[in-house]
Design a protein around this ligand. Structure first.
Ligand code: ADP
Length: 279
């Protein structure tokens, strides 16, 4: 609610009439504001690598035209700036696709053990390149959820890539998989997948804002590590569509734990029908 107070009439004084305008910020206003902020942020993020590319192109066209050493130095930086633009555009497209499908819950049956296996295969080489270790636990039994396999894989990739980016140099990242049974036979249990790093951690004031689009604890460190500021926003959108949740626990110097919670596809009492459905 916004209040504007102004004196009415010529003489402003204790006895003059006062006009009070009350303006209610509706949900619509808030969404419009968020949209405007998002467009401003996205444009700013795209302008930065573009400005850098233009600068290098101008230098190469003029002073450094005949300078072989300068060309060799600039070209990899230019390639990285172009790659950054591509990552940003890919992330923006993912977000817009997720927003379009936000109200359509996924209908396939997915075994989270398959997703964990695939995540391990794609992420182990990346961990090895960064001289870090990745340990992936699986559920003791098939862990079936209603979901989109690619989107769930994307969730794990984003969380593990963050753990590798912001974790301790030469540190370790662990994925733990736990089944949380329901207390009643006819209610659904849950599956918890935690991505745990032994990095510098995040202080409490940042935690509630981490899934906001373009929110970063340290903008320079994120950019330097190739971040777009959209990874956790994408995770949140995917989990919303899956009626899942993300819990973040972190303390400075003690590492971070990002836990994904997903509902089991069927109540324990109805499992018999699942094996037929998943074939
Ligand atoms: P980015 O592309 O910047 O990594 P994300 O949305 O994935 O964007 O993450 C938002 C911010 O959260 C990051 O910039 C970083 O500051 C912080 N963050 C995410 N994961 C971790 C982690 N495992 N350890 C420390 N900080 C993290």
């Amino acid at each position: 609610m916004e209040a504007t107070v102004a004196p009415l009439g010529r003489k402003a004084g204790p006895e003059s009439d006062i006009l009070v305008l009350l303006r209610d910020f509706t949900e619509g206003d808030r969404i419009n504001q968020m949209r405007t902020d998002f467009i401003a942020n996205a444009s700013h993020e795209m302008r930065t690598p573009l400005a850098s590319l233009r600068g290098f192109i101008e230098t190469l066209q003029s002073t450094a035209k005949e300078d072989e050493a300068a060309r060799e130095r600039f070209l990899p930086i230019m390639a990285e700036q172009a790659a950054r633009m591509t990552r940003l555009i890919d992330a923006l497209l993912s977000l817009s696709r997720l927003e379009m499908n936000a109200h359509v819950p996924p209908s396939d049956l997915v075994d989270l053990n398959d997703v964990l296996g695939h995540a391990r295969d794609t992420l182990e080489p990346i961990a090895a390149d960064s001289h870090m270790t990745l340990e992936v636990e699986r559920f003791a039994k098939p862990a079936i959820v209603r979901g989109d396999r690619d989107e769930l894989l994307q969730v794990l990739q984003n969380l593990v890539q963050n753990a590798l980016k912001y974790g301790r140099p030469n540190g370790s990242v662990r994925i733990e998989a736990k089944h949380i049974p329901s207390l009643s036979q006819h209610a659904r249990g849950r599956f918890a997948i935690s991505v745990i790093d032994d990095g510098p951690g995040i202080s409490a004031e940042h935690l509630p804002r981490l899934t906001e689009r373009f929110y970063r604890v340290d903008v320079d460190s994120s950019r330097e590590k190739g971040g777009t500021g959209l990874g956790l926003a994408i995770v949140k959108h995917i989990l919303n569509r899956h009626r899942g949740e993300l819990a973040i626990a972190s303390k400075p110097k003690q590492g971070s734990t990002f836990t994904v919670m997903l509902n089991e596809s069927q109540p324990a009492g109805d499992r018999a029908s699942l094996s037929t459905a998943s074939k």
